[in-house]
Design a protein around this ligand. Sequence first.
Ligand code: GDP
Length: 586
Amino acid sequence: MSRTISIEDGITVGALADELQIPVTKLIGELFKNGIMATVNERIDFDTAAIIVEELGIDDIVLERKVVEQVITRSKKNTNGEGDARPPVVAVMGHVDHGKTSLLDAICNTTIVRGEAGGITQHISAYQVDHNKRRITFLDTPGHEAFAAIREHGAHLTDLVVIVVAADDGIKPQTLEAIRFANKAGVKIIVAINKIDKEGADSNRVKQQLSENNLLVEEWGGDTVVVEVSAKEKTNIDALLDMILLVSDVEDLRAVTAGPASGLIIEAHMEQGRGPVAVALVESGTLGKGDFVVAGSTYAKLRNLETTLGKPIDSASPSTPVVITGFKALPEFGNEFRVVASEKDARTVSAQNARDSASVASKGAMSGNELIRIINRKTELKEFNIVVKADVQGSLTSVIDSLKALDTEEVAVRVVGSGVGAVTEKDVHLAGTSNAVIYGFNITASSTIKQLAARDNVPMRMFKVIYELIDDTRAELTKLLPPKVIKTDMGRLIVRGVFKITRNEVICGGEVTKGKLVVPALATVSRDGETLAEVEIVGLKRGPQEAKEVLEGEMCGLSFKSASRVDLKEGDVIELYTQEVIQRTL
Ligand code: GDP
């Protein structure tokens, strides 16, 4: 018989030992083995406690996260056979102008009865459509940076990505970025080749390009589902929806529908006359009227529930996007929400969340302002993404502060996630989806986590001395700095005769009129003050003899290599220089 222990977000070491009925020294020892130096009165977070219980091999105890007086069992969205079937959550991504918006509009307008919401005119962040008596949830993704912010939640938000590629334009950088994103997040891809009605449309070329990027289409023996559509003519939209359902059936998407709801805030804005308006995506449980919903540091009592198309509903089950009004303050995009038992609990939990977020220098979830800053920032800035975990709050804050102090105009540290306690699976997922390095300070990782990180190629570095951690980050930032090139002018040759010209090599003779010529060197070839080519000097001859250098006033032979043919003529000028590339330091 297994026993369930409910703990709040954190528990002291002593209390956990009591609950587990083991000597506290054994628990402290196990924590120590995992790199956490904690005394009997120190608190460890839920994730750390769960890992330690697993490491101790106690399998007759189930840890549950308790929120104030109410137990919330946050179930994963895909519970592999457990829970109830739920609609897939689909994001549509692709290069700008390839028809993402048009496709979403076409899907929306062909499947949602017009008039239901008084016509679809305004932008909506998420909506559900019915197809073959089943439901699909579409997310209108708010740009890739914002999407990165919600990846913090383990990339479980999206089940499937539809990548739109214009048939007349083919694969572009943002298409590749979308492919990379979907692959990293481990979600299935369906490719919609759009604009097939257009002159110049070439679906085969797109399929070829897809195969060059490891997406071999089904008709060529691969497993990438491709649907050729026209958003403009509304061709094959049904076939695309069929495919979305087919692919999600294979994934067997499930969630627990019973119990209090939890999920994510996917949009929040102020509206005149309504105050804070948020769109929440239910991940598990069922949201109903009268519920108290906490999101970050704010909460709401649900008086009304409506779909994103403005239709009133009584309840919302997993994968349903729903509009929530009545929040005391504007929640943040990416906030997790959950239902608590009473207004008193809502007040307590939201206040606790406010304290937590104030005490951590940088949380994984980005605020709206931070997103705007990232979007508007000059592209020159190169960033080094990190996830930081430390043994206690104090050291976490000082590690983050010290690392942020390394920032310059050109390179910066971006903390995509941070927390106190052992490295968790969520940290590894977050680091994987945001190309980050995990830094652990005064902690270690369990073997399961090490294996996961190795499998996902996520670098994980543990330090016990803060200066060593800072030095490692400095070294990473240094690698991102563009190197400094020092150019030194050497000498000048005036061409007096051309002996041989091939496609990329020239042999000539001339007089050194300034400085000295050396080999090897680089050179600029010019005629009447205009640059003809940048070349590489490969040989110098004084008379018949090879020479290493030739001085001013001397005659010499010179040969150079160039990327393309240089039709050198008598009177042209060759100016030699050397170049030294120096790696800069911070
Ligand atoms: P987004 O930037 O990916 O959201 O692209 P839009 O949906 O704004 O579409 C970009 C342009 O392509 C617009 O002028 C659309 O009218 C046009 N477009 C989109 N889909 C199609 C299509 O299937 N056929 C044709 N001919 N044009 C399309």
